[in-house]
Design a protein around this ligand. Structure first.
Ligand code: AHR
Length: 502
């Protein structure tokens, strides 16, 4: 009898579950309207980050003596794939590392540079790579340098001297030092971060919001007096267990006259190995951006200040993953979708990190291979430019990790007026069902052939390694017709569609 009731209960549960799924069953529709512009997409959304951590720099980008390295000690094979990633901006030297870093340790003849115990990650820092090497690397890969200063254990004086070393013409102490180190011309480093994650107790020189804001304000003043053309990024929230909104509000209200950006950091994970909970993890990203954009507005109104302040999402990624399986690039694509959907307020983002540390590129002495997350970033950096569009998306939803009504299709859209292309980035977060969507252009007709780049493998745990690289995008084309396009997004997939319009 007991068994009989258990069976009944099981059948009822199964019936209710399938009814619940079927009951929703909305036809998937994506509507594009070129008039619904969100804002210009800043190419810096596709930036990256290198830190003195693990094998990111030493053994990653820099490995003198390796036959794969160039005359300056930089790995040529890494440079090649970094260039193919079209990195517009590169943040350095940390991360947590920067809060104990004294830049003078890393300049001048190598044999005179001190080796130091590095407290952020418990390593020994040789200082073989310092400011001049970082700038040389940026030049090699064709990227804009972004230096994050030490506002943990560092001083205002060090900060202003670093700007002088990098940006002033010869004729004063630190600019002359640069020239003596072989670099006559100023580097003109435009982007400077005012410390890293100072709201986290894990940080060397952790401060409360008021103390950080006051300290950063004086650093900012001196740095801008040294070079009025630099752009400053305040250390915004990274500690979401704490009162992050108050942190951002205090920082913005104190620093609003000096800063050009406030940073946000977010790492997500999949500790329970649960597909839907993992797919839901990027849900708070939109919220954090929107709340911070509101706080920026509040600070501007309070200060009667109309010069823009933007968000620099200068660290994001999936933490502690096993070999970057196929689920991971979908989550990465959702981060990028979120940045594009907020292109009016997010004007920079930096994946953490470029090589070996949670990274798209994995090196060993004998060579490298590309992790799955390389591909969404590359597709966005190649195609998603122009104006971000507010796409209308109708599709079924799921509930997971305490979030409700999460659309299976996670979408961002852009219009490239030069190329007359609409670019759609779509993650299908359904684990086992393909979703067929009608894609409508509200302001004109589609035309010609669409180029489609699809990242998909049946095995969700597929990953790349030295031995095999099964995960990479497949390129396809399709006739557009003039009316609605119907496209079937495979279960658990990421697709970029480039759709020509008249
Ligand atoms: O990217 C790794 C670390 O994560 C960075 O050093 C720090 O800023 C963040 O907590």
């Amino acid at each position: 009898m007991k068994h009989f009731y258990s069976w009944i209960l099981l059948f009822v549960t199964l019936f209710l579950n399938s009814w619940a799924t079927a009951a929703e069953n909305k036809p998937a529709v994506i509507k594009i309207d070129l008039d619904r512009a969100i804002g210009e997409i800043d190419p810096n959304l596709y930036g990256n980050f290198i830190e003195h951590l693990g094998k990111c720099i030493y053994g990653g980008i820099y490995e003198p003596g390796n036959p794969l390295s160039d005359a300056d000690g930089f790995r040529s094979d890494v440079i090649k794939v970094v260039k193919e990633l079209s990195v517009p901006i590169l943040r350095w030297p940390g991360g947590n590392f920067t809060s104990g870093y004294h830049w003078m340790d890393g300049i001048g003849p190598r044999e005179k540079r001190p080796a130091r115990v590095e407290l952020a990650w418990g390593a020994v820092e040789s200082n073989a790579v310092g400011t001049d090497e970082f700038i040389a690397y940026c030049r090699k890969i064709g990227t804009e340098p972004y230096i994050c200063i030490n506002l943990g254990t560092g001083t205002w004086e060090e900060a202003r001297n670093w700007v002088e070393y990098c940006n002033r013409p010869k004729g004063t102490e630190y600019a002359d030092l640069r020239a003596r180190n072989g670099h006559e011309e100023p580097y003109h480093v435009k982007y400077w971060g005012l410390g890293n994650e100072i709201d986290g107790p894990w940080q060397m020189g952790y401060k409360n919001a008021e103390d950080y804001a006051k300290y950063a304000l004086e650093a900012a003043k001196l740095m801008k007096w040294m070079d009025k053309d630099i752009k400053l990024i305040a250390s915004g929230s990274s500690n979401f267990g704490a009162d992050w909104i108050t942190w951002n509000r205090t920082v913005l209200n104190t620093l609003r006259d000096q800063i050009d950006y406030i940073s946000l950091h977010t790492y997500v994970g999949n500790p329970k190995d649960n597909f839907y909970e993992f797919m839901a993890q990027t849900r708070p990203v939109d919220e954090r951006i929107e709340i911070t954009a509101g706080l920026i507005r509040e600070a501007q109104i309070r200060g009667n200040r109309h010069k823009p302040i933007y968000i620099a999402f200068d660290e994001y990624n999936v933490w502690h993953r096993a070999n970057a399986q196929l689920e991971v690039p979908y989550v990465l694509a959702s981060f990028l979708n979120s940045f594009v959907r907020h292109a009016d307020s997010v004007k920079m983002a930096n994946m953490a990190q470029l090589v070996n540390v949670l990274a798209p590129i994995h090196t060993e002495k004998q060579g490298l291979y590309l992790h799955t997350i390389y591909f969404p970033l590359q597709l966005f950096a190649r195609y998603s430019h122009g104006v971000a569009l507010d796409a209308f998306v109708q599709c079924d939803t799921f509930d997971a990790a305490g979030f409700t009504k999460i659309p299976y299709l996670d979408v961002s859209a852009a219009y490239n007026p030069q190329k007359k292309l609409v670019i759609l980035n779509v993650v299908n977060r359904h684990k086992d069902q393909a979703i067929e969507a009608r894609i409508l252009n509200q302001t004109g007709a589609w035309t010609g052939k669409a180029a489609i780049y699809e990242l998909y493998q049946e095995d969700l745990k597929a990953a790349n390694s030295f031995d095999s690289q099964p995960v990479k995008p497949v390129e396809k084309t399709a006739d557009c017709g003039t009316d609605a396009i119907t496209y079937r997004f495979p279960a658990h997939s990421f697709t970029t569609l480039c759709l020509p319009i008249r």
